[in-house]
Design a protein around this ligand. Sequence first.
Ligand code: HEM
Length: 403
Amino acid sequence: MVCHPELADQVLRDPHTFIRGGPGYPQIRTLLGDGLFTCPNAKHKRTRRLLQPPFQRTRVADYIPTMVEMADAVTGAWRSGVPFDVMREMTAVASKIGVRTMFSAEITERYLDETQACIEEIIDGIHREVLTSALGVRWLFLHRTRRFHRTLARYEQVVDVVIRAYRRSGSEHADILSMLMAARDDAGEPMSDREVRDNVINMFTAATAAGPGSIMAWALHLLDRHPDIARRVRHEIDSILGGDAPDDSALRRLELTRHVVLETLRLYPHGWLILRRVSTPVELAGQILPPGTSLVVSPYQLHRQPRLFPDPERFDPDRWAAEDPGPREAYIPFGNGSRKCLGEAFALTEIVIVLARVLQNWTLSGQAASSGPVVPRVNALLEAPPLVMTPQPRTSHMTATSE
Ligand code: HEM
């Protein structure tokens, strides 16, 4: 386990000596094909270059109206005083945003619900496959494995149908799939349909695997437990947005809301384990590591070291307003180096936008703090557990200070 930020930096910035991999990785690769997350280094540079454009900061701003629309679609069903599981609701928002920004064309309308249902089952299935293979008890769950493989096959079929429909219609839709299909590499070559499909599946899995939804749910929970900070956040949202939907210019000004998100990612980075395998003998911290050595870099562990982040257990969004919030190499919720998260700008935008929209229109209260600390659900990822909260609609957008 690599516990020093400079060593973590050395490992993450040298993807050829320290290759992505570890327990469960071969299974993930078999399941998800050769998309950006799972592809070997030899394919990585070309694929990353092809996939980058729709995820650049300036492009991501174009998805904000869809992010607001999907947040409204889910929160529109909330009823005053009727409690719900905020983790489930936020995962639904994130998954709708993932599907809608990827496929926006009308031809895909009838596949949207099916795609979403498939993704949810696939994510569950991946966790189970990786865990049961690692423990050698996969045979106990063969019926579920078969069902999981049927869903995966159906999902691949749906994505293939959509890709073919896009090719036939020949028109440009303002969505990520169109951009992937239009992308050309240095030799002027597009991705094959198979490459597009593998990447769509890789990205859907990354984008919806509870990541953004979990961070939204944690943030709402942390704000509930810190009413003084929640009041300031609502005040910021009200004074910047009033009754308007958040847009790109508002996003830039929602500074405290953004600090809440950065702080939530510090405390509960959903990719809490970054796994690497040594490919050639290498010296790390004075030790020679032979090929095949498994290494773990844990954002969770680095983010909670007191010498890197003073008073690390405290939820303190204001630390991000300081000139020096902590060493750059120590804050790695999205990884580091050339295999850093492709969706960082997308995820940060969607989390801030959804949080702002929810807090603009609702007050959410959870169970009393006296019910004890909330414990994350830990598997390959670190997720928020079910978090029951009760919504009350906010009638005025300028009453934050009186709430
Ligand atoms: C809160 C949200 C998210 C977090 C905390 C997160 C975290 C991470 C981390 C830690 C890695 C690096 C893993 C490693 O180095 O082995 C990663 C890679 C990746 N993420 Fe995310 N992610 C998030 C959301 C997203 C979204 C929305 C997308 C959608 C496009 C996405 C797509 C990817 C891809 C494609 C990679 C592989 C990049 C490469 O190998 O070049 N992620 N993510």
